[in-house]
Design a protein around this ligand. Structure first.
Ligand SMILES: Nc1ncnc2c1ncn2[C@@H]1O[C@H](COP(=O)(O)OP(=O)(O)OP(=O)(O)O)[C@@H](O)[C@H]1O
Ligand SMILES: [Mg+2]
Length: 282
């Protein structure tokens, strides 16, 4: 069963002079098992949107169904929420225990695992994200680097084995090799655990590489929804709304303007190299 979002609108501080419509009438469906990317410029409503998927905030109007559970209904929300693991944009908000292991165990304990089970789940999750429990388990979360904090926050969520894994900018603030590692961990998790991944990212490159479908948000609205081919063939629109199209998409566009017929569906380095190899040998 999917996550179905119907006419979702969220207004912050409604009825005040500061009222702000952060999500404006968005409808979409996220299918079981897919890698769903969400992009959009800062302030476009991405974080607000995804916080509805685990019922952290409620719609001003419209509704969200997680496997049929209506997140507007208090009782159903508890059932829906149990299926959704959320890794927040700022991992500091998610780490609050005295040791990393306690932190990662918090979620599993909270959903009713015994201390022994929770410890086993936590250690397994730490290994999955590349944090050795021997080395990091007894550290304070505040001693961790930015990338390690993100991994710890991710471990705390995957230790609960969520069906839907929602990640808000999981690679923000990491260097290129850290980004690649975290992105690879996420893709592996999806294949190993079979979970659905919903990832918000500023990085067009990362989304282009991993997502099967992409939602583009612009000024609180859903601007476009489609496969990477469909989205990145609209490089002009993305640039016009202030988004950085993937570098390769920009290069392809520049070449097209010089009269070189680069196909529309070239937007990652790998695709470009493959295409270039073909035309060179033709
Ligand atoms: N708790 C809040 N109260 C009032 N306004 C808020 C609140 N949270 C967000 N906003 C406003 O709602 C709009 C959307 O914010 P949101 O955090 O959803 O954007 P975003 O797309 O995630 O941005 P970023 O890429 O910077 O993370 C922004 O204008 C923001 O200032
Ligand atoms: Mg955000």
């Amino acid at each position: 069963m999917p996550i179905v979002v119907e006419n979702l609108t969220h207004t912050y501080m409604p009825g005040t002079p500061n009222a702000h419509v952060a999500v404006d009438n968005v409808s979409l469906t996220i299918n079981e098992g897919e890698f769903f990317g969400i992009i959009g410029h800062t302030g476009s409503g991405k974080s607000t949107f995804i916080q509805h998927l685990n019922g952290l905030i409620q719609p001003t109007s419209g509704r969200v169904l997680v496997d049929g559970f209506d997140m507007n209904d208090k009782k159903q929300r508890r059932q829906g929420r149990a299926l959704v693991g959320m890794v927040f944009q700022y991992p500091d908000y998610q780490l609050f225990d005295s040791t990393v292991l306690d932190d990662v165990m918090f979620g599993p304990k909270n959903i009713g695992q015994s201390p022994e089970e929770a410890k086993a789940s936590a250690e397994a999750a730490m290994r999955t994200v590349g944090l050795d429990p021997e080395k990091f388990g007894e550290k304070s979360p505040f001693e961790l680097s930015g990338g390690e904090k993100r991994r710890a926050a991710l471990a705390g969520i995957i230790a609960m084995k969520p069906k839907y894994l929602v990640l808000d900018e999981p690679m923000a603030g990491l260097d290129p090799s850290g980004r690649r590692e975290v992105l690879k961990t996420i893709s592996d998790l999806r294949t190993e655990l079979g979970c659905t991944v919903i990832m918000v990212s500023h990085s067009m490159e990362d989304v282009a590489r991993s997502a099967e479908r992409i939602a583009v948000m612009n000024e609180s609205k859903l601007f476009a929804l489609g496969t990477p081919d469909e989205i990145f063939s609209r490089t002009d629109d993305l640039i016009a709304m202030g988004l950085d199209a993937p570098q390769t998409a920009r290069l392809a566009k520049a070449l097209r303007e010089k009269g070189i017929a680069v196909p529309d569906n070239i937007y990652t380095n790998e695709q470009f190299i493959e295409w270039f190899g073909r035309v060179r040998n033709a």
